[in-house]
Design a protein around this ligand. Structure first.
Ligand code: CA2
Length: 148
């Protein structure tokens, strides 16, 4: 059976492509979803992209992933820097976790330098723009694919 990778996105990422293009670029989450689906397919995987502005919903999806997904790609957005609850949920997930940030968070305000999620993430990608999601999916193919 095809393995599914969850691509979870936190608060305000629904605005991707509509605001602050100088930081986040012009692509929308729908563009990200299409590109990730393509890369996933090439690696024999399926992609499921989800976005919520609500911390509890992100946690519910991480818990759902325990049953439904082989790996998680997550851009927790601002929850990266605040949420022990998202970290705890990820700690209960057994598969690979890749943290993605569109911007280079270490070159931004100091409050963005701290990531709770990095304490669990197997890999972190930051500053590649939305290409980071596709790179993460490529790596997932290596980590959970049939040739892994
Ligand atoms: O660089 C990233 O991917 C971030 O996770 C994005 C978060 C920010 O809080 C993190 O520090 C770094 C912000 C997401 C908000 O997304 C928007 C996209 C377009 C327009 C407005 C907000």
């Amino acid at each position: 059976m095809t393995k599914t990778i969850y691509i979870l996105n936190g608060p305000n990422l629904n605005l991707l492509g509509q605001r602050e293009p100088e930081i986040y670029g012009h692509d929308t989450l729908a563009d990200v979803e299409a590109r990730c689906a393509e890369v996933a397919k090439g690696g024999g995987l399926a992609a499921r992209l989800l976005q919520s502005n609500h911390e509890g919903q992100i946690i519910d999806w991480v818990q759902e992933a325990r049953e439904q997904a082989a790996g998680i790609i997550i851009n927790p957005a601002a929850l990266t820097h605040t949420s022990v609850a998202v970290l705890d949920a990820l700690n209960a997930f057994d598969g690979p976790v890749i943290e993605v940030h569109i911007s280079q968070i270490h070159r931004r305000e100091s409050f963005r330098h701290q990531s709770y999620v990095s304490l669990r993430a197997d890999a972190v990608i930051a500053g590649f723009g939305v290409q980071g999601y596709a790179l993460a999916m490529q790596r997932m193919g290596q980590l959970v694919g049939d040739s892994a």
